[in-house]
Ligand binder design. Structure first.
Ligand code: SAH
Length: 389
């Protein structure tokens, strides 16, 4: 097996089982491994520390799969995959829905692989060449473990392009799905575009927050800003909201939002708009304002600008509010964690001249597990705020 040797003193993160080996930690490569090949990693002193998939061209040069002297065979990922599926099946926190993330990359010991289930359709999303190359074997395991009728391959093209791989979409098994696929989540129905939708088609990571919105919405006028296909708006109506307004800039997402909200008739209004601009003009007389913008800090260098943008959004949501308004706000970037997001909210409340309480902090649900070895896996921070005065 080809071997990477670390720079002296660069073995710490591996000894702590962090699953990413950064390019700067590598002193030399013995042999010429192919993209995605299984390689061994040794310390500068020659000690065998880990095995993983080699990703030349990526800063994250090796996705580590096993630590210590334990060897890693091709095929060793199958039991991990099957275990990830079994864990979801046994998880009481995932009851009542047929749409679940089955594999959450590092969180399930499978760096570079995400698999989401929408009713009888799986969407398989590799983001490394290591996983992409092994996709047929992985698919066979998935098919057996899930019994799903259809699986689509929708690679993360942006990440793969970085390692020089141009990956197309494909059908892994079954008949091409009727799209959109209809999912049923705790009394809510959504149509999901598994072929062209954002991510794998739906924001499964906001399921717990949707449940919270159901519990809060009765009699309230609700603004769902950055709504995508209306995940929160549908939940608000399920909870008895008086009226919901959806703001979304993507026409195709808004088209599905309209279908998802058709049951509500005049209680729902879908507007194609720039939510930043709308909020700048004030958040009107809504009693519950939901702010779920796209990731504003994809890289660490973006954090100051992102923090200003989040603060601006929150400021407008808090400033003219009648006391009692609830604001449910999210940041979906590892670089803006719960501490920083709390500080941003504090700054916004101060500038708005309002007294504000935090009622609840939120994160992703249990089908998005985060390994303690990999804190970067924690990317979703949510705050439920109440304007007190
Ligand atoms: N709340 C959604 C997920 C939101 S993801 C859910 O739970 O399903 C962020 C969304 O914001 C995306 O759908 C994106 O198209 C939309 N978006 C991005 N910029 C926007 C803008 N300036 N105004 C309105 N929507 C925007």
């Amino acid at each position: 097996m080809k071997t990477l040797v670390l720079q002296p003193g660069r073995d710490r993160s591996l000894r702590r089982r962090h699953p990413w080996l950064l390019s700067g930690a590598i002193a030399r490569v013995e042999g010429v491994p192919e993209t995605g090949e299984l390689v061994a990693v040794r310390s500068a002193e020659g000690e065998l520390l880990a095995h993983g998939h080699y990703e030349p061209g990526s800063q994250l040069r090796v996705r580590l799969l096993v630590f210590g002297k334990e060897p890693l065979e091709e095929g060793a990922l199958a039991p991990r995959l099957a275990a990830a599926v079994t864990r979801r099946r046994a998880d009481p926190l995932l009851a009542g829905t047929d749409a679940v993330r089955l594999v959450n990359a590092e969180g399930d010991g499978l760096p570079g692989l995400v698999v989401d289930r929408y009713a009888d359709v799986l969407v398989v999303r590799p983001s490394t060449s290591g996983m992409l190359q092994r996709i047929e074997a992985l698919a066979a395991t998935l098919r057996e473990a899930t019994g799903a009728a259809v699986a689509l391959l929708r690679p993360d093209a942006v990440s793969l392009r970085r390692v020089g791989v141009d990956a197309g979409e494909a059908l892994l098994w079954g008949a091409p799905p009727e799209t959109p696929v209809t999912i049923a989540e705790r009394g809510r129905c959504y149509r999901v575009d598994v072929q062209r939708g954002q991510k794998t088609g739906f924001y499964l990571d906001q399921r717990d927050a949707r449940d919270l919105v159901v519990a809060l919405a009765a009699g309230r006028r609700v603004l769902d800003a950055f709504a995508y296909t209306g995940g929160f708006a549908v939940a608000a109506l399920q909870g008895g909201a008086a009226h919901v307004v959806v703001l979304e800039s993507s026409q195709s997402a808004l088209g599905l939002a309209r279908e998802n909200l058709a049951f509500a008739g005049e209680r729902a209004e879908c507007i194609e708009a720039d939510a930043f601009e709308v909020l700048h003009a004030g958040a009107g007389d809504f009693d519950l304002v939901i702010l779920d913008p796209p990731p504003l800090a994809r890289r660490k260098a973006d954090v100051p600008r992102a923090a200003r943008a989040y603060k601006d959004l929150l400021l407008h949501a808090l400033a003219g509010a009648a006391p009692g308004r609830l604001v449910l706000a999210f940041a979906c970037s590892h670089h803006v964690g719960p501490d920083l997001f709390g500080k941003i909210a504090f700054g916004a409340a101060l500038d708005a001249g309002r007294r504000v309480s935090v009622l609840r902090e939120l994160g992703a649900p249990s089908d998005h597990p985060v390994s303690l070895d990999h804190p970067e896996g924690r990317y979703l921070s949510g705050l439920l705020l109440r304007v007190d005065g």
